[in-house]
Design a protein around this ligand. Structure first.
Ligand code: ATP
Ligand code: MG
Length: 366
């Protein structure tokens, strides 16, 4: 169980415990993780420290959500005997690396990060966000690089953060490991660098929209745990049905005989993302454009498609819900194993930075 796997390329990715996992996570990242876990050495981090960046006043919710996310992982097919699930707050090397990496990120560069700007706007953070909120992309670099992965499967909103992690890895390797700046990204480690220049891996759907309508500026918001616009992998069939039947579609269409717009319409975005019957989708889209099919019929079809996908996960989830002790044990074992690797990375980083001054070791409860 959780034996170190030799010679498999490594993946690191994860989620913030700010709720339960939803369909956006599935097509954006989870689906890839489940498919790749036998051929890659996988680390999945539950980023509970980062959850404090937007909800420091709700510690109990974050605690509960750690359990929810770990349960969702197991429910959707992540196998803890193959993959390592870890809890960010119990990996001290991540916090230490965050501080060192913060010195390698120019402040102005951080503030240009479009994902931070989107989050500030979409989550309504105004100008009251904390210094810690701005620090989280740097923390995320440490989450990633602590495990020196080859690949990071994420949704599109994470691309700006991953670019930052590539920049920091290059800077560290050049500054402390003597890697020539002309070195191609893929060759940094072979050239003596400690940190790989990671590759992002986008999911089948890079940014799934939510089921709510557009924002004031007319943009469809991404499905997000925090925006109350998600269909969760743990939703019961009745909840899925209610959400789909109430979902935003073409607002100009009053009856089935009105011609409808398919583009930017969540109903069709969802059918294209989840309905395996491509032929039906194509035909129904053509009818919709011509005013030959009703929203209700298309929504009912979507309910069936989504329930088919979600129901096996939800059923599996129930067995883990009955035994939360086992879920915590999975996290404990995974975190212990992850600490071995993260400590090794931190020691190597300190060696490179000439700060391997006093040896230390951590004790883990297995
Ligand atoms: P929060 O609202 O707290 O930011 P979230 O729903 O955005 O939560 P995260 O924990 O921030 O979820 O993201 C976890 C992973 O899932 C990231 O790789 C992110 O890119 C991906 N992801 C999240 N939402 C979507 C989406 N709607 N479509 C595609 N990928 C997504
Ligand atoms: Mg997010």
């Amino acid at each position: 169980m959780n034996q170190p796997t030799i010679n498999k390329p490594r993946i690191l990715t994860g989620d913030t415990p700010t709720g339960r996992l939803h369909l956006g996570h599935w097509v954006g990242s989870l689906e890839n993780r489940v498919a790749m876990q036998s051929s890659y050495e996988c680390f999945f981090i539950i980023a509970n420290v980062h959850a404090f960046t937007t909800r420091a006043e709700r510690p109990e919710d974050i605690r509960q959500s750690v359990l929810e996310i770990a349960t969702d992982y197991l429910a959707c097919g992540i196998d803890p005997n193959v993959s390592t699930i870890l809890l960010q707050s119990e990996i001290p090397a991540i916090a230490e690396l965050t501080f060192f990496f913060a010195m390698l990120v120019p402040f102005a560069r951080l503030m240009r990060n479009p994902t931070l700007k989107d989050e500030i706007r979409d989550k309504g953070l105004g100008d009251s966000y904390s210094f810690g909120f701005l620090l989280y992309p740097v923390g995320q670099i440490a989450d990633i690089l602590a495990f020196r992965p080859d690949m990071v499967p994420v949704g599109e909103d994470q691309m700006a953060h991953l670019e930052l992690s590539r920049e920091v890895a290059r800077r560290f390797d050049q500054m402390y490991c003597g890697v020539d700046p002309q070195t191609p990204d893929k060759e940094y480690v072979a050239a003596g660098g400690l940190f790989p220049i990671i590759e992002p891996k986008l999911g089948r759907v890079k940014r799934l929209v939510g089921i709510g309508g557009p924002s004031e500026e007319g943009r469809l918001l991404k499905m997000s745990k925090s925006l109350n616009n998600a269909i969760f992998l743990s939703d019961e069939p009745d909840a899925v049905r209610k959400k789909v039947m109430a979902m935003y579609t073409d607002p100009n269409r009053k009856r089935a005989t009105d011609p409808g717009t398919v583009e930017n319409n969540p109903l069709w975005i969802f059918h294209e993302a989840f309905n395996p019957d491509v032929h039906w989708v194509q035909e129904a889209e053509a009818k919709y454009r011509a005013g030959g099919i009703g929203d209700v019929e298309c929504k009912k079809k979507l309910v069936d498609v989504l329930v088919n996908l979600i129901e096996p996960m939800r059923q599996r989830r129930q067995t883990f819900e009955r035994d939360p002790g086992e879920v915590w044990r999975v996290l404990q074992r995974g975190t212990a194993r992850a600490n071995i690797i993260a400590e090794e990375t931190l020691l190597k980083a300190k060696e490179a930075m000439r700060q391997d001054l006093l040896p230390r070791s951590l004790a883990f409860n297995l």
